[in-house]
Design a protein around this ligand. Structure first.
Ligand code: PGA
Length: 238
């Protein structure tokens, strides 16, 4: 089972104190990573225990050069980053990140030996239109671009479930993640399928009971020691 925490821009240096409460025994047989803002990567290297890998929340589309403000794959690689979130809906919506941008970011991940976690998800309006499966397939296919036969995890995160306290139902998660499995095989993606969107210690048991879910992407609940309790439940349930 895979657990990825995403601190987004909701952390500060004091947040690293919360990591001290995470215990090794909670993470036994769980592959665990927390993605931090790039400025905190050196702090994460000093403070994260060895059972928590460090991930990045984004990667530049560019390799290196005159791109003020960008954090490149080479920099992430130098700092021992293992995973990179690409195409998180917050970036797609707020920063207008397109599927083509995401495909370029996957290229940089491959170039610098970083494992991409490709995020996809439909808005509430899209779900209500009933065309959400077509939408998600197109989003994934275009985000993957010309890459094939690559190692990449896919996170299904319905936009309406992120940060809302209202996770998708098991039926909704199962329908999409089963399709994601087929789509990954079609596109030649080798990796795990995650669910994200208001995951917490109360709903984790139900979510990981689904055979099409290999792990979770956790936002709010990853900021505190609830992250450890979620990981522990994943071990018990898996
Ligand atoms: P949430 O965020 O757990 O706070 O809903 C999930 C995410 O955006 O990855």
């Amino acid at each position: 089972m895979f657990i990825c925490g995403n601190w987004k821009a909701a952390c500060k240096t004091a947040t690293f104190d919360n990591v001290k409460a995470l215990r090794r025994d909670q993470f036994i047989s769980t592959d665990a990573v927390i993605t931090v803002p790039s400025i905190y990567i050196p702090l994460a290297r000093m403070n994260f225990p060895d059972f928590i890998k460090i991930g990045a929340q984004d990667i530049s589309r560019y390799t290196s050069g005159p791109y003020t403000g960008e954090v490149t794959g080479e920099m992430l690689n130098e700092y021992g980053i293992s995973y990179v979130l690409v195409g998180h809906s917050e970036r797609r919506i707020m920063l207008n990140e397109s599927n083509t941008d995401v495909a370029e970011k996957i290229s940089r991940c491959i170039e610098f030996q970083l494992a991409p976690i490709i995020c996809i998800g439909e808005t509430q309006a899209c779900r209500e239109s009933h065309g959400y499966l077509d939408y998600l397939w197109k989003q994934l296919k275009e985000s993957v671009g010309n890459h094939t036969d690559i190692k990449a995890d896919v996170a299904y995160e319905p936009v309406w479930a992120i940060g809302s306290g209202q996770n998708a139902s098991n039926c909704q998660i199962a329908e999409v993640t089963r399709n994601v499995k087929t789509w990954m095989a079609k596109l030649g993606l080798h990796g795990r399928i995650l669910y994200g969107g208001s995951v917490n210690e109360s709903n984790i048991d139900d979510i990981i009971a689904l055979d099409s879910v290999d792990g979770v992407l956790v936002g709010n609940a990853a900021i505190t020691d609830e992250f450890g309790r979620i990981a522990k439940r994943m071990r018990c349930g898996s």
